[in-house]
Write a protein that binds this ligand. Structure first.
Ligand SMILES: Cc1cc2nc3c(=O)[nH]c(=O)nc-3n(C[C@H](O)[C@H](O)[C@H](O)COP(=O)(O)OP(=O)(O)OC[C@H]3O[C@@H](n4cnc5c(N)ncnc54)[C@H](O)[C@@H]3O)c2cc1C
Length: 305
């Protein structure tokens, strides 16, 4: 098995998701080579061949050009799998490659089980195991699904690619989102509410417990999508990444996109009516309870201390 890893470089920096790509390839086994449009000044730690094009010359975000360069690499090093991050860069580039190669694309891979790729299904309530039937497969990896326990090591053997220029897409620059009103990344205690809170009014149960513990409150995406709270409170792959000493997940099922943002928490307590909720697999403690009953009791006890 040969895997081609497509690392991502943004705004002059190599993104940490290259470590996840390397861990994915390690889990698969076999040989891995890497492709990067970036800079020699910011190389990944990777013990293998790295095909490098200069971002200053070809453009950091120029999907047509990156595709052409990748096709050159693929001709030299025909891979069975091509792995990209499941990010805006990967979303743009992966289907272009899949079409050019007439390859299957499997998006948002979250695990490997017995050599097969696992992707979420039904809004991440189920998992689907897949195996492509084409000779080459293009995959994108969900953020946080392949975070390694230790950083990869090694110095890559750099092979420079000559610049291809001219793209139908013109890149004009990045636009940073407005600064988050709340910086959850610094909070030591976070109480997060999920869809299980049932309605906007019940968010006060989460806020009250957070206040009683001297912490901040956060939310899963459905709570933000329903406009029960602000996006700056969202934890997960499209929200904030947090690493508090204590994280209490209330009425949160434990979808991979949520876990991606909070799995660095030191101690996790989950409160859920479903004893089989996936969050129970990673939580230190799972309290099988109705949050509407348990949270007011907990808050009252803490306030009385
Ligand atoms: C590209 C993409 C990016 C995403 N980014 C994010 C992200 O950044 N953050 C994020 O959170 N999600 C994100 N999601 C959504 C994610 O896939 C899940 O849909 C979401 O995390 C589920 O939120 P939840 O756990 O609150 O809701 P559900 O999955 O609906 O879970 C609700 C839980 O509450 C429990 N419950 C119900 N009633 C009670 C009660 N009374 N007491 C206690 N427990 C109760 C249920 O048993 C259930 O486990 C993203 C999805 C995609 C496709």
């Amino acid at each position: 098995m040969k895997t081609l890893l497509v690392a991502e470089y943004r705004d002059g920096k190599l993104l940490a998701n290259s470590d996840e790509l390397i861990n994915f390839a390690d889990q698969l086994g076999g040989e891995a080579v890497m492709f990067l449009v970036g800079s020699e000044a910011a190389l990944p730690q990777f013990a293998g061949k790295l095909y490098l094009a200069d971002a200053g010359q070809v453009g950091e975000f120029s999907p047509g050009v990156h595709k052409q360069l990748l096709l050159e690499v693929i001709e030299k090093e025909p891979p069975q799998l091509i792995a990209l991050p499941h990010s805006s860069y990967g979303w743009d580039l992966a289907p272009r490659l899949a079409v050019a190669l007439q390859a299957a694309q499997i998006s948002e891979v979250v695990a490997i089980e017995a050599g097969k790729l696992v992707v979420p299904a039904c809004n991440a309530k189920l998992k689907r195991t897949t195996k492509a039937t084409t000779a080459t497969t293009v995959v994108t990896l969900q953020a946080g699904a392949f975070t390694p326990d230790t950083e990869p090591a090694g110095t890559p053997e750099v092979i420079k690619l000559a610049g291809v220029t001219g793209d139908a897409v013109q890149f004009h620059g990045y636009e940073a989102p407005a600064a988050a009103a709340v910086d959850l990344s610094k909070a030591e205690i976070i109480i997060a509410g999920g869809r299980g809170i049932g309605k906007a009014e019940n968010l006060t149960l989460i806020e009250d417990l957070a206040k009683a513990l001297g912490g901040e409150y956060g939310a899963s995406r459905p709570v933000v999508d329903a406009e029960w709270t602000d996006h700056s409170r969202q934890v997960g792959s499209t929200g904030q990444s947090v690493s508090p000493k204590l994280y209490i997940a209330c009425g949160i099922s434990g979808a991979i996109q949520h876990l991606a943002g909070m799995k660095q928490s030191e101690y996790v307590i989950a409160i859920n009516t479903d004893k089989d909720a996936p969050i129970g697999e990673m939580a230190d403690v799972l309290a099988v309870a109705d949050l509407k009953q348990l949270l007011p009791l907990l808050t009252e006890k803490l306030q009385a201390l």
